[in-house]
Design a protein. Structure first.
Length: 264
């Protein structure tokens, strides 16, 4: 009996340690996934972007760790049953009707759980985002600000109050905080080249540069508008899927000018 007690205690300690270790590992994995799928929102500063990423990491790692901890402790429970020579199947069959009820009632919860993980890892929306979503059975789309993303529900705040909606019920989500961002770029034309005649060439060159080295994250939305100014420059107005950072803006202008110089 003493050996069994020692073994059971050892299993419990091992289960506790394993859940602690997996918490750290899961957080590191989720952090890398969040960095890979992160995007800067319109008007968002670097500090706000980092805060948004941390919120996604915290919520995503919390959800995944709950699942892993549940699996670990189920395994520990089965091992304890084996040590005590108890038939785990007997207990499961005795509570079969409870398990069946949980299975039927929990199908949607499981779907909402994994949908929530996908929402976080794919950055469909996050805390503070303004979204519009269709909910089955509701006449009008839901329009509100995301206050929290839980294990199975998303909490929204609209003009009337707070809504708690299952992750899986939010269909066709439109994230208004991730609408295209506008930017203005100034391109200096080579000497002896007529800016008015080169405006369209600048727009075409800039669109061709999207997706090239160090510009792979640049995605233009709508047409690129270019017009000559009085100081022999071409002012370009672009709309992109996310705000361009300083390096991307500089590189776009630099490579466009290089192409103009080469073709002139």
């Amino acid at each position: 009996m003493g050996a069994q007690a020692t073994l059971i205690i050892g299993l419990l300690v091992a289960g506790w340690l394993l859940t602690r270790v997996t918490r750290v590992v899961v957080r590191r994995i989720v952090r890398r996934l969040a960095e890979r799928g992160s995007r800067r929102l319109r008007g968002e500063s670097a500090e706000m972007g980092e805060q948004r990423r941390r919120q996604r990491v915290d919520a995503g790692s919390h959800m995944l760790h709950h699942l892993i901890a549940l699996i670990v402790w189920i395994g520990v429970a089965i091992a304890v049953f084996q040590i005590l020579d108890l038939d785990a199947a007997f207990f499961l069959s005795s509570a079969g009707f409870i398990g069946a009820g949980l299975a039927i009632g929990g199908q949607h919860k499981v779907n909402d759980y994994f949908t929530g993980i996908s929402v976080l890892l794919e950055d469909r929306y996050g805390v503070g985002d303004e979204i519009v979503a269709h909910v089955p059975g509701w006449g009008e789309p839901v329009h509100g600000v995301v206050e929290a993303i839980g294990l199975v529900t998303t909490r929204l705040r609209d003009h009337s109050g707070t809504l708690h909606l299952p992750h899986g019920s939010l269909d066709g989500v439109r994230n208004l905080s991730q609408e295209p961002a506008e930017a203005r770029l100034a391109v200096t034309v080579p000497e002896g080249v007529d800016p008015a005649a080169t405006a369209q060439a600048v727009a075409d060159a800039m669109r061709d540069l999207a997706g090239t080295k160090n510009l792979t994250g640049v995605l233009f939305v709508d047409d690129i508008r270019a017009a000559a100014t009085e100081d022999d420059r071409i002012e370009v107005e672009v709309r992109t899927a996310r705000p361009l950072d300083a390096d991307e803006r500089e590189l776009l202008v630099q490579r466009t000018q290089q192409r103009l110089s080469r073709d002139s």
